[in-house]
Design a protein around this ligand. Structure first.
Ligand SMILES: [Zn+2]
Length: 202
């Protein structure tokens, strides 16, 4: 099974997300991986938004197999003060993904509800790209609303070992939930084993 969210090449293949603009060439060349171009919300305040919008378009045109990400919102104490820049940059990524018909890979820490309303608004305006939510840890009720927008999800070791994992993930339909290694490639075999265990009941 492929790794649905990582920042390092994985021999199993999968989606490798950039974190900063400087990361794009490295990600573009990762063997056997689908590259994702974007700027992580933790770095949103370091970016010239207009310039990034232009470059993202250019890189997507030159890499027809690439996706968009990592982007999203992080409202944790540490990153809350840059939320305004994060929102601006998120819209740049969502717009590019929609125009180029790519999937956008989203991060949402303490911000799933706001992300949902942004995506629902885009769905109303018919400008919603395909969406993938990584490190998904929301309730099943929230998952249901994202599923209605066509979302897929991925979970890593941290999510799979949470005491509420069963209640959160067991009812997400087949083909919509996938494993991820994120920043811990060494955890991949254990993540896969736990993921299969959780999904066995299907
Ligand atoms: Zn990530």
């Amino acid at each position: 099974m492929r790794d649905y969210h990582t920042h390092h090449p994985n021999p199993s293949g999968g989606y490798i997300c950039s974190v900063t603009r400087a990361d794009w060439p490295r990600v573009a060349e990762a063997d056997g991986m689908t590259p994702c171009f974007g700027v992580h919300p933790w770095h949103a305040h370091e970016v010239d938004v207009a310039e990034l919008a232009f470059e993202l378009d250019d890189w997507l045109v030159r890499n027809p197999g690439a996706d968009v990400g990592e982007t999203g919102l992080d409202a944790s104490d540490r990153h809350r003060e840059t939320l305004e820049q994060q929102r601006l940059l998120l819209h740049v990524h969502l717009g590019a993904a929609f125009r180029h018909d790519r999937c956008v890979h989203l991060h949402g820490v303490h911000a799933w509800a706001e992300l949902l309303s942004i995506l629902q608004e885009r769905a109303r305006c018919n400008t919603l790209p395909r969406i993938h939510l990584h490190a998904w840890n929301g309730s099943h009720e929230l998952a249901r609303q994202f599923l209605a927008l066509g979302a897929t999800f991925s979970v890593g070791l941290r999510e799979l070992t949470h005491s509420r994992a069963e209640e959160r993930y067991a009812r997400i339909p087949e083909g919509r939930l996938f494993p991820e290694s994120d920043d811990s490639p060494a955890n991949w075999p254990r993540t896969l084993a736990l993921f299969r265990l959780l999904r066995q009941g299907l």
